[in-house]
Design a protein around this ligand. Sequence first.
Ligand SMILES: [Zn+2]
Ligand SMILES: [Zn+2]
Length: 219
Amino acid sequence: MTARSMSSTAKTNCRQCAPKPVTAITSCKGCSEDFCRKHFNEHRDQLSNQLHAVINQHDNILQGLQQQAASGTNTSRSQRANQLLQQVEQWKTNAIQQVMRVAKDATDNIERLFNTEIQLQELRERTRIITKELRHQEESDSFVETDIQRWTKQLEEIKIDATRPLPSEIQPPRMEFQSIPWDSIIKIHSAPPCTQTTNQAQATPTIFKPPHHLLHYYK
Ligand SMILES: [Zn+2]
Ligand SMILES: [Zn+2]
């Protein structure tokens, strides 16, 4: 053991001054290093510089976020959102048109089924033919018994047909509605959120594609 190393057990030397034996006057509670005055001041300056670097980093990030919020870098993101919103709007317009068309077809069908106008028109036409014939025969005076019988029979048939109910009145039509899977009509497939946890490759949006090559193998 030398005299120097023996004395160092009694008094602590500044690590920064080593190997020159300079007595440490204080220590840093953060890193437990012993320092002489000069090196303690240097150590504090160093820590101050590190703090300023952290403050700068913080300020830069905050400024970046504020700029992003103000617009600029968010444009491409809102463009994509607008595209998707437009697709939804387009789908809504189409869907409404389809609903209107299907409802109108059904309405037209129901009205046709319960419409007595067509039946009445047909009866009026049959009556009109007989009217014409009667007037003509009245003028020409050339009718015989069989004509009288025929007209009587035809008029009776018209009378019966006029009181005959429509098929839709005898047996009212029933309606069936197919249920529409509203909740699953629009599906939005979003990629998992990108978090910087590990060194793993960033998650990319997933595109689902059928494995065509496998299908070939299984043929
Ligand atoms: Zn020192
Ligand atoms: Zn320290």
